[in-house]
Design a protein around this ligand. Structure first.
Ligand code: ASP
Ligand code: MG
Length: 456
């Protein structure tokens, strides 16, 4: 039986006539039942955020720019007849977009942001579906509403309801695939309980793709992007960085979370729970193997798979006598931090301190929240800004005796001071914080020693 696959294309794969044709060619050249998930045309989601932030003088201007960006690609990608076919779908949808821009009431809806931000996908899916048709296969553009991608959660932070989505896509999507047609589905958002679009957060089309793969019980999910796959480090920082050919789900999730842009960190889980391999592929070089993320069945002898880093972070240390023995106080402090939706990259505690690692930009608000906590609980707060997190990822890290010794030996050789450590929370990553001005040296030293050199 042919494999069922979900193929996801990112914004740069649909952002120019050449890229669009290339993506369509990849879909048409793939055998077996397949569904496509697509992101907005490159730059469009940022443009829509600009609209929300009031960057444009008038909604007419917004409408004009938005229409032009898509028409530009369509005019160059399609022949005369194809273009007129495309316009039949594009025209009415553009009218709906215009109406949304001018609808003052719609703006009062708490999910208006999601509604506006999800508009890009509604148009890129039309472009790609028509490009696939032009390339010789049958294709149908479907919105998340039409496909039945059900979600719940706060604005810009939706989670897919897998049970409901599975029922829907088996009714709405699978029969099309069985008939040899290619459904081209909007990524980035699902449909909430009131029928409102809720987005999955920036970069969330990857999550939409693996969620669809999960709901369809697909055999493979392919993420088509513009790089060759996960890299052992950021090639801009480490010139010797190379593509990782295969890795575990948990390694991929850690690496994605700590900054590798190729895959949205949330997209690993829906694939992992159903053992669906994820392939990261380069649409400019389809012949390249890419990275395969799956249940690595054999023990893996590389100590380190990758070294990632995140800069612009701050450590906030809260002092409170014997806090370690007073979990209620810990809860109160965490509560205060949770009042604003900041991302906490690491937590570490001692008898009388608790330290959090957060983004520099979140410091002000976090301090404001912490200052509201009883002075009995919070005695003293200290902030250390401009630190960086190094994330060393490897499958057998914690199982390898003495490994942290080697890593910290290398850090010492790079001349850096370790400010905070988080080890053991995940069995595939060793995370620690160093001053920003030494992070490049640390990352390069670790990469040279444990990945390129594979030595100690
Ligand atoms: N278009 C959305 C974004 O830019 C979703 C995605 O690209 O995955 O965040
Ligand atoms: Mg992306």
């Amino acid at each position: 039986m042919a494999m069922t696959r979900v193929m996801k294309f990112g914004g740069s794969s649909v952002g120019s006539p050449e890229a669009l044709k290339r993506a369509a060619g990849i879909v048409v050249g793939t055998e077996g039942p397949r569904a496509v998930v697509v992101s907005a045309v490159a730059g469009i989601t940022n443009f829509l955020i600009g609209v929300l932030e009031g960057e444009f003088e008038s909604m007419d201007l917004v409408y004009k720019k938005f229409a032009e960006r898509h028409m530009d690609v369509a005019r160059q990608a399609f022949g005369k007849e194809q273009l007129s076919d495309f316009m039949e779908d594009f025209g009415p949808r553009l009218e709906a977009f215009k109406a949304l821009l001018k609808d003052e009431d719609a703006r009062k809806d708490p999910y208006f942001v999601d509604n506006l931000m999800s508009q890009g996908e509604r148009f890129s899916s039309l472009l790609l579906a028509h490009a696939i048709r032009a390339a010789g296969a049958d294709a149908v553009a479907l919105t998340s509403e039409e496909a039945g991608i059900v979600a719940h959660g706060n604005s810009q932070a939706a989670t897919v309801d897998f049970a409901k989505t599975s029922i829907n896509v088996n009714l709405n999507v699978k029969p099309l695939m069985a008939d040899g047609s290619v459904p081209v589905i909007t990524g980035f958002y699902g449909v909430g309980p009131k029928g409102q679009p809720i987005t999955f957060g920036r970069g969330g089309s990857d999550y939409a793709a693996t969620a669809l793969g999960n709901a369809l019980d697909a055999d493979i999910v392919e993420i088509w992007t513009d790089v060759d796959g996960f890299m052992t480090s950021d090639p801009k920082v480490v010139p010797g960085a190379k593509v990782i050919d295969e890795m575990n789900y948990s390694e991929a999730a850690e690496l994605a979370y700590f900054g590798a842009k190729v895959l949205h960190p949330r997209s690993v889980e829906p694939a992992r729970t159903k053992h669906i391999p994820i392939y990261i592929k380069n649409s400019h070089r389809p012949e390249a193997a890419g990275t395969r993320v799956h249940n690595l069945g054999r023990p893996n002898d590389d100590l380190l798979k990758a070294v990632a880093m995140k800069v612009d972070l701050s450590i906030i240390t809260v002092n409170s006598a014997e806090i370690a023995c007073k979990p209620r106080m810990v809860a109160r402090i965490i509560d205060a931090i949770a009042e604003s939706d900041v991302c906490v990259y690491a937590i570490s505690t001692s008898l009388s301190t608790i330290a959090f690692l957060i983004h520099n930009l979140d410091v002000k608000e976090t301090l404001r929240n912490l200052n509201r906590v009883d002075s009995e609980i919070v005695e003293h707060i200290n902030v250390k800004s401009n630190v960086a997190l190094v994330c060393a990822v490897g499958d057998s890290l914690l199982a390898s005796q003495g490994f942290s010794g080697y890593v910290f030996g290398a850090v010492k050789d790079a001349g850096a001071n370790v400010e905070m450590i988080s080890e053991g929370a995940s069995d595939v990553s060793l995370n620690f914080v160093v001053p920003t001005d030494s992070v490049l040296d640390v990352v390069r030293t670790l990469h040279d020693r444990f990945i390129t050199g594979a030595g100690k």
